[in-house]
Design a protein around this ligand. Sequence first.
Ligand SMILES: Nc1ncnc2c1ncn2[C@@H]1O[C@H](COP(=O)(O)OP(=O)(O)OP(=O)(O)O)[C@@H](O)[C@H]1O
Ligand SMILES: [Mg+2]
Length: 381
Amino acid sequence: MITLKNIYKSYKSKPVLTGINLQIESGEFIVLIGPSGCGKTTLLKMINKLVPVDKGDVIIDGVPIKQIVDTKLRRSMGYVVQEGGLFPHMTVAENIGQILKITGTEKKEREARVDELLNMVELPPESYRDLYPSQLSGGQQQRVGVARAFSVNPEIILMDEPFSALDPVTRSELQDEIFRLQKKFSKTIVFVTHDIDEAIKLASRICIMHEGQIVQCDTPENTLKNPADDYVRQFIGRNRLWENPEFIKARDIMKTKPFCISRNRSLFQAVQMMNQNSVDSLLVTEHGKLEGILRLKDIRRIPDYKIPLAKYISTDTISVYEDTDLKKIINHLDDNFSGIIPVVSHENKLLGYITKSGLLAALSKQYEPDEQISYERNGTL
Ligand SMILES: Nc1ncnc2c1ncn2[C@@H]1O[C@H](COP(=O)(O)OP(=O)(O)OP(=O)(O)O)[C@@H](O)[C@H]1O
Ligand SMILES: [Mg+2]
């Protein structure tokens, strides 16, 4: 766990960081993002003591880093920078194995570890270990940089715009790669970027910085749905939420308080309830759990309304979980959909419902100007 406690930094008399507080849990993928000059690199470099703090503390697993020897601290963390930061006069293997060598790992063991790391970043060791950085593409150099950062199996890896100089395809490949590696080895990663799409793709939490402060630090989903202020709203940009429909869940667009009835009631009572509320279907529930749907069209021709409704319940209804995303909901619908989709918890408790008109209203929100978008949880858009 990394704790940044009330951190201040100025260069000459110019304040660069003014009161940074952040707790990073082990295994988190934190992305620092913000405009040029807002202090991202300065903050990142404070974690490995490349930049000293003026005031405040960086604490790692309960130990203030000012109590740890600089070189020991730096060797215990991976660090990847934009240009790869490889030594041009060393081979790929020497670059990756450098810290292992300094810390006294034997040659045989070191070579085996270098090969393992090259395989991890998908560079076949036989082809790459003896090349020099100048013989590699930008993407390959970054892969070597990532392999080197993993070399001593550190808990924490710091990455400063590691992929920003790469073409979009290579960049996307490396994003997938680092995401996979982070999940597999559950490292704590602090990653700086300028690119909000990269942040959304990778982060467990996105920290948005502005003029030396953190203005919001939250999951990508919450950041998109509930921007803390106008600055964040502007920063993430118009329609970003709609470009990531997996973040829009059934519970965000459902209506609550569906019209429900128990299976023990009669058809007469059901029809009366439909008439009173001007609906053509009722959701049948028992102790709050969804059993099915009763549709007016299925009972219209029944001569005797005194009989129990149980026999006429349709159980073929498609329901969705509260956390089913918009993409899946739309895929669920067939062209003839005209009724309602019940929304249930994973325990099958009925929570609400989605209508076609509600869905269309939600979808049309993306065409409204930015300032009119208001997103309410547990309500309609
Ligand atoms: N060594 C230094 N001496 C003087 N000023 C510095 C130094 N390092 C950084 N600064 C200033 O501190 C501010 C923050 O710099 P920093 O490199 O942390 O920004 P950043 O958010 O990483 O920007 P970018 O996105 O361009 O990399 C800038 O105004 C920069 O000019
Ligand atoms: Mg920077």
